[in-house]
Design a protein around this ligand. Structure first.
Ligand code: AMP
Length: 176
């Protein structure tokens, strides 16, 4: 199998303590993006896991998700859909509220971006508590799409995002 041991990618993830706030260890993917071997491997390994004939569009979550979703959609010859924070998309939007540690936030997608029955691969850089991915899955389904999978570079196991996403195919290359 050409893509099975992804552990070496950890060398390209930089830990930034106390960013963006105290107590959070931010997983910085910019060293991975900047390395041609690590970045192409990341895209190819995610693409290898999914069947390109079962994906109509790749959906990227603002903002780092865009950087993974764009090359993946090209790789699958699939369409690309941005999901953005509130107020950033210019056309008619479907809105999904979700819980943050303190308060709530909203994600938006253009109403006409997802067609009835579209098989959507949801993509982001990090799966943490799973709240963002779950909100995006709900948004996808409310627009008539089917979630073909949720793919991230890494998953923070101690935050239990995978449990929140039970029933969906969740794929990540590395875990911490
Ligand atoms: P969650 O909704 O808790 O799964 O958080 C996922 C979203 O927050 C993703 O868009 C990630 O980019 C971002 N995120 C959460 N925790 C981290 C972290 N420790 N390092 C980098 N990004 C994170």
């Amino acid at each position: 199998m050409p893509y099975e041991d992804h552990e070496w990618l950890k060398d390209f993830i930089r830990d930034i303590p106390d960013f963006p706030k105290k107590g959070v260890v931010f997983k910085d993917i910019t060293p991975l993006l900047a390395d041609k071997k690590a970045f192409t491997y990341t895209i190819d390994a995610i693409a290898f896991h999914f069947d390109r004939d079962e994906i109509d569009r790749v959906l990227g979550i603002e903002a780092r998700g865009f950087m993974i979703a764009a090359p993946l959609s090209y790789r699958f010859t699939a369409g690309l859909i941005p999901v953005r924070k509130r107020g950033k998309l210019p056309w008619d939007v479907e809105v999904q509220e979700y819980e943050l540690e303190y308060g709530t936030d909203q994600l938006e997608v253009h109403r006409d971006a997802i067609k009835e029955g579209d098989r959507i691969l949801i993509v982001d850089d990090v799966l943490a508590t799973g709240g963002t991915a779950l909100a995006t899955a709900k948004l996808t389904e409310r627009c008539g799409g089917k979630v073909a999978g949720i793919a991230t570079i890494m998953e923070l196991m101690f935050l239990g995002g995978r449990e929140k996403l039970k029933g969906y195919e969740v794929f990540s290359l590395i875990s911490f």
